[in-house]
Write a protein that binds this ligand. Structure first.
Ligand code: AMP
Length: 399
């Protein structure tokens, strides 16, 4: 079974083709083909990169339109040096990452008109993501015809959270209006939690796992018995941890204060989503590598950004551990989580009292690894997240 996966964002798309002829496997295989579209660097042009059949290509195309970009990308599956299929009819299914599934969609679902209407209806809750997801679905319908398409929601894994964890303590009208914690990065949290259980050789039903997705966006999930029972992102992906350019949780009184000074909603949106976090505090970059480099050269703002990132990470890890009522495994994943021994050390240090002890010599690795010391009562794993693979598997099990 050949499954095409599309992760369509507002200004870039990523895609993979997996061959699941062997059925579901526990470790992620290499995709047959991989491609990306990026509209961020050049006006009215898209950078297309693709790799397949041992070859790779990079092109800049005069294409501003998303659907036309997708058409050019999909063409590299059947044409040119990266060709891996005789014809597009060899694709059996398409899996889409869809950011917001609201309260209706707590599992992956085959896409039909009703599902598309729901993704459209949920746009106010995910204005940066759901429109792009919907465009991607409709563009591939146009290109591939009646091939079954599946929506895999980033909110779904958190949809079984207890009400007390999902509720914001505003007026009860918020509960009725759906103003609640939805949580995001669910595809990643679910994949790494299951992979963690496999790595420690135990049933996920018996484990209390804290998953730390630390990339440009950052969130934690408390996974008990295979279910996300708490998470740090909330009504939007702005809540919780400090991130690359997002503030994470701040006192809502700050927003009231700034509004009274004349800031508009759009200006606050820009400030909190694009000009805060590592970038805002360090004044350098949203990239942890640049921030730590500047910090090592004695830059005080970069030091403050790093220290604040770690402080808030530790504090929220403590909150998740309280929700779990214990801890068997802590997992680090995504760009920072997969690559930064300094973050692993600093994040775990306060939890030594729980018996969590890391190895002395730690370095990043291509493989998933256990970074806990042998005598540690809690395992600590670094797992490379495989969101595209998880989406392909969700398609396979649904179809
Ligand atoms: P992601 O959103 O998962 O692609 O993660 C992207 C982020 O990972 C980048 O913005 C960097 O902050 C971070 N990152 C990538 N490589 C490293 C590294 N070697 N050390 C620290 N942070 C890294």
């Amino acid at each position: 079974m050949k499954i095409l996966v599309l992760n369509a964002g507002s200004s870039s798309h990523k895609s993979c083709l997996f061959d699941l002829s062997q059925g579901a496997e526990s470790a992620a295989p290499q995709p047959l083909w991989r491609a990306a579209l990026d509209w961020t660097h050049q006006q009215d042009k898209v950078e297309l990169s693709a790799s397949g059949a041992g070859e790779s290509i990079q092109q800049v195309l005069p294409v501003a339109d998303k659907a036309a970009g997708l058409e050019a990308m999909v063409k590299t599956l059947v044409d040119g040096p990266t060709q891996v299929l005789e014809s597009l009819s060899a694709i059996d299914a398409v899996g889409h990452r869809v950011v917001h599934g609201g309260r209706e969609y707590i599992d992956s679902v085959r896409i039909d008109d009703q599902v598309k209407a729901a993704i459209q209806r949920l746009i106010p809750l995910a204005p940066a993501h759901n429109p792009a997801n919907l465009q991607g679905i409709e563009a591939l319908e146009g290109i591939l015809g009646n091939v079954p398409q599946v929506a895999v929601f980033d909110t779904a894994f958190h949809a079984r959270m207890p009400e007390a964890a999902a509720t914001y303590p505003g007026p009860y009208a918020w509960v009725e209006q759906g103003i609640r914690r939805y949580g995001f990065h669910g595809i990643s949290h679910q994949y790494v939690a299951q992979r963690a259980a496999d790595m420690v050789g135990r049933n996920i039903a018996d484990l209390k796992i804290l998953t730390c997705h630390l990339g440009n966006g950052c969130s934690l999930a408390a996974v008990k018995g295979g279910i996300s029972i708490d998470t740090t992102m909330g009504f939007t992906p702005l809540d919780g941890l400090m991130m690359g350019s997002r503030s994470g949780s701040v006192d809502p009184g700050i927003l009231i204060y700034l509004m009274r000074q004349g800031y508009s909603a759009d200006q606050l949106d820009q400030l909190l989503n694009k000009e805060s976090g590592l970038k805002g505090l360090s004044g350098q970059s949203n990239d942890m590598r640049s921030v730590t480099e500047a910090m090592e050269q004695g830059n005080a703002q970069a030091q403050l950004a790093f220290d604040t990132f770690i402080h808030r990470l530790r504090r929220d890890m403590g909150g998740m551990i309280a929700s779990l009522g214990g801890l068997d495994v802590v997992v680090f994943t995504a760009g920072i989580g997969e690559n930064s021994p300094m973050v692993w050390q600093q994040a775990c240090a306060p939890f030594e009292f729980l018996g969590l002890r890391l190895k002395e010599d730690l370095s990043r690795a291509k493989e998933d690894q256990d970074i806990a010391n042998q005598d540690s009562r809690v395992r600590s794993l670094v797992i490379h997240t495989q969101e595209e693979w998880a989406i392909a598997q969700a398609c396979l099990s649904l179809l």
